[in-house]
Design a protein around this ligand. Structure first.
Ligand code: ADP
Length: 168
């Protein structure tokens, strides 16, 4: 089964909407297999956004620095979700990067409205609630970067208990 990394960014924690957003993933049937609140250092975010992701290469120094600074404003909640084609489906639920253009029905479209120019005028990342792994390769690298193997759990949801033969 496929796994993907979600990070509840500082803005979602500060706005007390973590539960509401998490409910959307649970309602879609995804299984939470790892979760923790942490406040990583700059090196950790540097690797996340440029070593694994390619934010500085793609969007430049200013956006990269604004993103690292915004992520460091407070703790974040990191979570691993498991499900069928989890990476692609979760990205669809999250929506496009800029809340202004993210479609209604997506997390970024429903919980935010801000745009790139407003963010750059204050030297911050555009506040868009959550991070979600972009593809399967990044998901594998990000999960290994954020979680130790023993922090990721293997268990069954209620419906899995009900639909599988005894002993499983
Ligand atoms: P995504 O998070 O949708 O995968 P990126 O990897 O391109 O998008 O960017 C990482 C994060 O950097 C974004 O979620 C956003 O917070 C910030 N960001 C990206 N582009 C911009 C921009 N043009 N202006 C402000 N912040 C940006």
């Amino acid at each position: 089964m496929e796994q993907t990394l979600i990070i509840f960014k500082p803005d979602s924690i500060q706005r007390s909407i973590v539960g509401e957003v998490m409910t959307r993933f649970e309602r879609a049937g995804f299984k939470i297999v790892a979760i923790k609140m942490i406040k990583p250092n700059r090196e950790h975010y540097h690797k996340h956004y440029e070593g694994i992701g390619t934010l500085k290469t793609r969007k430049g120094e200013e956006i990269f620095e604004g993103t690292l600074s915004s992520m460091s404003e407070g703790p974040v909640i990191a979570m691993v979700l498991e499900g069928v084609e989890a990476v692609e489906v979760v990205r669809k639920m999250v929506g496009s990067t800029e809340p202004k253009t993210a479609l209604p029905g997506t997390i970024r479209g429903d919980f935010a409205h801000v745009n790139y120019s407003q963010a750059s005028s204050v030297g911050k990342a555009v506040a868009n609630i959550v991070h979600a792994s972009a593809d399967i390769k990044e998901a594998k690298q990000e999960i290994a970067h954020w979680f130790k193997a023993e922090e990721i759990f293997d268990y069954k949801l209620a419906h899995e208990h009900l639909t599988q033969p005894k002993g499983n």
